[in-house]
Write a protein that binds this ligand. Structure first.
Ligand code: NDP
Length: 320
């Protein structure tokens, strides 16, 4: 027999956005259910050192932070489901969602916090050296490269912003781009080119990330010229891959308005185009993408849910 769970607040995703929404929702008496998804805990569970989440003087570990957030959410009454949503019907309220387990979730409100994943180049050494010099987040890891050489790969806004950000720590930043022009906004390009500590290598693709030393870490990148095919090598301590992100929104295609795959929300809120459906965290944010901003948006979503349900309850009372 198919299990059915009915809830006033269903949260999809268990990263900082989903769990913060759960903490606030539970404390508002909404008994939220969190469907944890493919990667319980989200992107932070594949990170090691976290130094920028407020509240901790010493370096903490990403997986530990997410364990704590989950424990806190459960402690205040949120229910965790180890399930993955495979089908979704947002055509009427309550919304009906089906899990991979066969479980049916019937929800008065839905908060989408399914996150995003960094895109990787898929070249040799990249996966092996993640956390040992290869990163997809300069804001998270740039601090560890104080006084060291770094490279950034990509030519969009993210790559240029990361290169500029890294000059706060490194005096030697190289942007590596596969073409001879950037797609980043002109103003960012102007700042990049004006910066004395950034150089750009044009028409270069990364062939592999090279590790060395004890303990092993990134020592360089092998490059290939995309026009001439010529091979070259750049020594570096840090390699930041900034070639875009994949928001996890396949389920919502054709059901909610998306912008470059990100769920569109009303400015300054977490409200989507469908009343009762909210979105928070990296699934709706292509700019900030931080654990703390995701957590903040999760809190906003829970407050938006509470307000929405209070208005619904009032309308029903008036009609009765
Ligand atoms: P983009 O998709 O804009 O750019 C990705 C870059 O990576 C491109 O230059 C692309 O090269 C390059 N790239 C993609 N795949 C590969 C590959 N396999 N090998 C080498 N290079 C590759 O992603 P962004 O993350 O920069 O931006 C995403 C969106 O978020 C954009 O709309 C952007 O404007 C927005 N954004 C806005 C910010 C702001 O307003 N402050 C900050 C950050 C992002 P090519 O150019 O050759 O295709």
């Amino acid at each position: 027999m198919t299990a059915t769970h009915s809830t006033r607040m269903l949260i999809l995703g268990s990263g900082p956005a989903g769990l913060s929404a759960a903490i606030y929702g539970a404390r508002a008496g909404l008994a939220p259910i969190v469907v944890q998804g493919m990667q319980p805990g989200g992107q932070l569970t594949i990170t090691t050192d976290v130094e920028n989440y407020p509240g901790f003087k010493d370096v903490i570990q990403g997986p530990w932070l997410m364990e704590q957030m989950q424990a806190q959410a459960e402690h205040v009454g949120a229910q965790m489901m180890y399930d993955q949503i495979v089908d979704i019907d947002l055509s009427e309220r309550p919304f009906r969602l089906k899990g991979d387990s066969g479980t049916l979730y019937v929800a008065d409100t839905l908060v989408i916090c399914t996150g995003a994943q960094a895109k990787w180049l898929g070249v040799p050494g990249e996966e092996h050296l993640q956390g040992k010099g290869v990163s997809a987040c300069a804001t998270c890891d740039g601090f560890f490269y104080r006084g060291k050489k770094v490279v950034v790969i990509g030519g969009g806004n993210t790559a240029v912003e990361e290169a500029l950000y890294l000059t706060n720590h490194s005096h030697d930043v190289t942007l590596i781009h596969r073409r001879d022009s950037l797609r980043a906004e002109k103003i960012l390009q102007a700042r990049l080119h004006a910066h004395p500590n950034i150089k750009v290598l044009w028409n270069k693709a990364v062939d592999q990330f090279v590790g060395g030393g004890t303990p092993e870490g990134l020592v360089g990148v092998d490059l290939i010229d995309t026009v001439t095919g010529e091979k070259s090598h750049v020594t570096t301590d840090g390699g930041f891959v900034a070639i875009g992100h994949h928001p996890a929104t396949e389920l919502f295609e054709g059901k909610l308005p998306l912008d470059e795959g990100y769920i569109v929300v009303e400015k300054g809120t977490t409200r989507t185009a469908i009343p009762g459906v909210f979105a928070a965290g990296d699934v709706t944010d292509k700019i900030y993408r931080q654990a703390v901003t995701a957590a903040g948006m999760g809190c906003m979503a829970a407050l938006d849910v509470e307000k929405f349900l209070a208005e619904q309850d009032f309308e029903e009372l008036v009609e009765a």
